[in-house]
Design a protein around this ligand. Structure first.
Ligand SMILES: NC(=O)c1ccc[n+]([C@@H]2O[C@H](COP(=O)([O-])OP(=O)(O)OC[C@H]3O[C@@H](n4cnc5c(N)ncnc54)[C@H](O)[C@@H]3O)[C@@H](O)[C@H]2O)c1
Length: 365
């Protein structure tokens, strides 16, 4: 696909699972990309994605792909426990990075990664993706236009099915609903309540279904407090059964200010497919159902052999940032990814210890 020259950049995708395959496809469709290299530890996955996306190179060794001088930008799309090593390597090689959420699983690793990136003058972004869902993006615009005046209290919930949770835990048994799923809501809330400093969190969890995974909670609810006395309530559940028709995710969000309120229903109950022909769930295609709320796949949807939706827009935004050298206004930074991780870790700590936890957790940055 060599069209380098027309100010095109080279892109590497590390990890060719569900998400890496989408990043590679969206990159291959972007006219700003002149070179594509893909990598997975599992050769058959790297080959399959390389074939579909007509990549210039594939490998099972991320160093080989990242080292290629054609490569300017790297997607770290490995499982959540495997982000750190390849991200650090890309930062040391001076390549721009988009790292999938959650940034990493440990705060000290996050701080070290950001430090290495800063030392090498490298831009890191975090792939929270939902900022690019049109309704969440335009909500930010309404807030900037002053329709609420300020956000003084807020509510956000996010549920995924047990099948999605099982697939996450089977690759990353030390993750939790907060770190892996609530992370999207925490990012949106910090974005919407920009300028406020989180000072403490109180949370409660229950663990039954996923106890076998290092006592992973099934559900967690938290109150996050800010320095000006405002707060938000955030909740996550991994409890909906695998047959729940929002086959990946369901979200709801409400923001209240002195001037008004803004309410977003992202439950997808407005777009229903019912069929005698079994419908495969988007993230866990082995799960078949007869009623599905379409549009509940977080990255987006396939239609007419193209990929549409927030992950396409986010991928394009990252590529545009690297091509132009101008940061995209909706793209979360690595530091924002670190702050979200800190809050989700504090939420889990509060639920474990049964007490309010002060923020920041560590003085790492
Ligand atoms: N933004 C979103 O909407 C969204 C949705 C789902 C998942 N995610 C995130 O995307 C990431 C990947 O999730 P997924 O569902 O694609 O997982 P996955 O298990 O399908 O894919 C991960 C791939 O990484 C590969 N891998 C692991 N270590 C590697 C290494 N060192 N070098 C090369 N390849 C390696 C694995 O072999 C696997 O194929 C996770 O961080 C997850 O939380 C984001």
């Amino acid at each position: 696909m060599s069209n380098k020259g027309n100010k095109a950049i080279g892109v590497a995708v590390i990890g060719c699972g569900t998400i890496g395959a989408l990043r590679a496809f969206c990159s291959s469709e972007n006219s700003g990309v002149g070179y594509l290299g893909v990598c997975d530890l599992i050769e058959s996955k790297a080959r399959a994605v390389a074939d579909k996306c007509k990549a210039d190179e594939w490998s099972t060794d991320y160093k080989k792909i990242i080292d290629n001088p054609e490569v300017d930008a790297v997607f770290i799309s490995t499982g959540e426990a495997d982000h750190f090593d390849s991200a650090v390597y890309a930062a040391q090689k001076g390549k721009a990075i988009l790292i999938e959420k959650p940034l990493v699983l440990k705060l000290d690793e996050g701080a070290e990664l950001l430090r290495i990136a800063k030392d090498n003058n490298v831009k890191i972004f975090t792939g929270f993706t939902q900022r690019f869902r049109r309704r969440f993006l335009t909500a930010k615009e309404q807030l900037l236009s002053g329709f609420l005046q300020s956000v003084d209290s807020a509510f956000g919930k996010i549920y995924v099915t047990q099948a999605v949770a099982e697939s996450v835990l089977s690759r990353s048994p030390f993750t939790t609903p907060s770190i892996n799923t609530l992370t999207y809501q925490v990012d949106l809330m910090l974005w919407y309540m920009e300028g406020k400093k989180p000072v403490s969190v109180y949370a409660k969890s229950v663990s039954n279904i996923f106890k076998k995974y290092n006592n992973a909670p099934d559900a967690t609810w938290a109150i996050l407090n800010f320095d000006d006395g405002t707060f938000c309530t955030l909740g996550v559940s991994w409890q909906p059964p695998k047959q729940y028709p929002a086959y990946v995710c369901t979200m709801e969000l409400e923001l209240f200010g002195p001037n008004g309120m803004l309410s977003i229903d992202d439950s997808h109950r407005d777009y229903i497919l019912a069929s005698a022909k079994p419908i495969p769930a988007a993230y866990t295609p082995d799960v078949l159902m007869n009623v599905a709320f379409l549009g509940s796949a977080m990255p987006g949807d396939w239609a007419l052999e193209k990929y549409w939706g927030p992950m396409k827009s986010e991928t394009d935004a990252f590529i545009e940032s690297v091509v132009t050298g101008i940061d995209h206004p909706a793209l979360p930074t690595g530091e924002q990814g670190y702050r979200v991780l800190e809050i989700t870790l504090a939420i889990d700590k509060s639920a474990r210890e049964g007490k309010e936890i002060k923020l920041p957790l560590a003085d790492n940055l």
